[in-house]
Write a protein that binds this ligand. Structure first.
Ligand SMILES: Cc1ncc(COP(=O)(O)O)c(C=O)c1O
Length: 294
């Protein structure tokens, strides 16, 4: 979009953007801050709204993984100025691809409508184009698929919630989990994130994932590249900064570095299984973790 992304560190306990780190990265050029409700756990929206107000920057919620999540009783997505959702194939509600943007601001709604709708003007003529936009429209076919999923979403969330609670009961002393937070009144349950410090040594996590697969649990993943080390993003960000004649703000994100080495996760589809399957997954993880310790 022609903006320079500046990465700020996360809270290693929750994997979520740290509001203090985000604030330290704000300059007079900052236009927006993008807290990500990673895994379906709402970010600290009180702190991000305060930051947005203090520096007059927009707050854009990345709610791609957080359909159904709520912060202090408010569903995520329209707490900040804008919120983005993903219906890509891995998500709790999917149309194969696609997404939605929420806002409570009429002007922003009109701007987003125009951007995704080849520059058309909301309420305007079919051939009335007043700014350049893209064809990013969700089709009626996709919308029909999503409506059916919306109808069963809360019932599926109950299953995910029940299985996540069981995993927490069985694994709470085995792996490191994000602490409970009363502000998280509903968790989107997209990913079940686990930190296992013993996996940080080179090669250990891959070996653990192979061992889990041998136990019949092939659906555990690990290995995001932290964004401040993502070659595509840093190359592009530097190029944009050069074009604008700005210094490129080199990010130090030691917490993101640390969790990127020792985190594994189960995806939402694994949280839809039976109680027996969930117990089997927990037993396999406990077995592999205890073999690492031995
Ligand atoms: C946190 C997060 N943000 C953004 C995206 C991008 O969404 P999409 O693939 O619909 O563009 C994803 C996943 O795809 C995601 O997990």
């Amino acid at each position: 979009m022609g903006a320079v992304p500046v990465f700020a560190d996360i809270d290693p306990g929750t994997h979520l953007l740290d509001p203090d780190a985000a604030e330290a990265a704000v300059t007079e050029r900052t236009k927006a801050v993008v807290p990500v409700h990673l895994a379906g756990r709402p970010a600290d929206m009180d702190a991000f709204l305060a930051l947005g107000a203090r520096y007059d920057v927009a707050v854009i919620e990345d709610a791609a993984q957080a359909i159904g999540a709520a912060y202090k009783g408010r569903p995520v997505g329209a707490i900040g100025d804008l919120g983005t959702f993903s219906f890509q194939s891995s998500k709790n509600m999917t149309a194969g691809e696609g997404g939605a943007v929420l806002t409570n601001d009429e002007d922003l709604a009109a701007a987003v409508y125009s951007l995704v709708n080849v520059g058309r003007v909301r309420g305007g003529g079919w051939y009335q184009h007043e700014s350049v936009g893209y064809n990013l429209r969700l089709t009626e076919f996709q919308a029909a698929i999503l409506r059916a999923q919306l109808a069963r979403h809360s019932q599926q969330q109950e299953v995910r919630e029940r299985n996540a609670a069981l995993l927490t009961k069985l694994l709470g002393n085995v792996v490191s989990l994000a602490p409970d937070d009363p502000a998280v009144t509903a968790h989107g349950r997209h990913l079940y994130l686990m930190r296992i410090p013993a996996l940080a040594a080179p090669g250990r996590r891959d070996a653990a994932l192979r061992a889990l697969a041998a136990e019949g649990v092939a659906e555990v993943s690990g290995g995001y590249v932290p964004l401040h080390r993502n070659t595509a993003l840093t190359t592009e960000a530097r190029a944009i900064a050069d074009r604008l004649g700005q210094p490129y703000p080199q990010s130090e994100c030691p917490n993101a570095d640390a969790v990127s080495k020792d985190t594994i996760w189960l995806a939402q589809t694994s949280l839809l299984g039976t109680e027996q399957r969930t117990r089997g997954i927990a037993a396999a993880i406990a077995k592999v973790v205890s073999s690492l310790a031995g």
